[in-house]
Design a protein around this ligand. Sequence first.
Ligand code: PLP
Length: 404
Amino acid sequence: MRREDFPILNEKVHGRELVYLDNAATTQKPQVVLDAIVEGYSKWNANVHRGVHHLSQVATEKHEQARKKVAEWLNAVAEEVIFTKGTTDSINMLARSFGDAMVNEGDEIIVSQLEHHSNIVPWQMLCERKKAVLKVIPLREDLSIDIEAYKGMLNERTRLVSVAQVSNVLGIINPVEEIIRYAHAKHIPVCVDGAQSVPHLAVDVKKMDCDFLVMSAHKMYGPTGLGVLYGKKEWLDQLPPAEGGGEMIEHVRWDKTTYNVLPYKFEAGTPNYIGSYAFSKAIEYVQEQGIDDIARHEEELVEYIEERLSGLKHVKIYAAGQKKAGAVSFNVYRVDGGLIHPFDVGVLLDRQGVAVRTGHHCAEPLIEHLGVPGTLRASVGLYNTKEDIDKLIAALERAIMMLE
Ligand code: PLP
């Protein structure tokens, strides 16, 4: 994989070579994406959709081409691809739109114990608004989703299931196809949080048969401030817009406003057209590398992280040995069995140029379930190498020596 395409990886941190292992939080950007942002603002910046002038038409064309690129990437059609600000925004939009139209008092929404806060809080807010009930799929001993318990939770009051395809804390790949199959057998729609899966695995919304899928561009080598809400056309046609304003209307009259066609009905205001263009370049970049090759490479790295970590004394790996994509969570213990706070380890790794994430990773209910104040998480991207992992381990050994 082409590390040299990512200029930031040449930066020094505290005088050390940067070892960037915080890709689940955000990925670094290849030169083609950086160039696309500069090109957009320096060559054809103009507001989209509304202008007859040349620049506006160029910007519109680039933005709509980007939508087609995302659709191709996910195996959707362009009108099913709604651009948002990110995964969090996508879920909030869905909770507002779907929630307003489909959820009533006493209805149930199902999420799992290992969700990111952004796949919990919008549903909690909806449940409060509508006096609905949020149900939580428990985890088995090995931290995998308890499918048997899940099956028993689906009933005639269930309105929606929303689960992550890949856990941002544990890296575990959840059996979303199975989750969708059981829900669909009871005519219940499913939203898949693809924030941690789309950058690491080939995701095909048709094959998966999810009703909605959400993701963030910045986690797949694209810009921040851009995300996607994919929805099956049958759903998007019947759901109301989540936000009002320009772009999303057909006509505005004092007595009644009519709405635009898909996907614009869900895109109020000026969209992030430079971001969408830059993201299309990120997708092209990933396509050139090949998502299957990326997945294989990252799987090897994740296995290597687990192998090297398990060679260290007093390190606990969470969900060790399970099939993962991108991330491994662990903690370090003193000889006397006491936990060394992950922040302390993280700071010492940082001083050695190694960037990992520490804390609750925006998944407090899962961290509470693990019974720790947080974890250390090493997460990989296509540019990481086994040498990066060796540097992580060497830095960790030094940190442990200082903290034990
Ligand atoms: N869902 C998962 C599984 C995530 O990992 C994240 C970010 O870490 C999010 C949702 C939220 O993404 P964003 O902050 O880009 O909206």
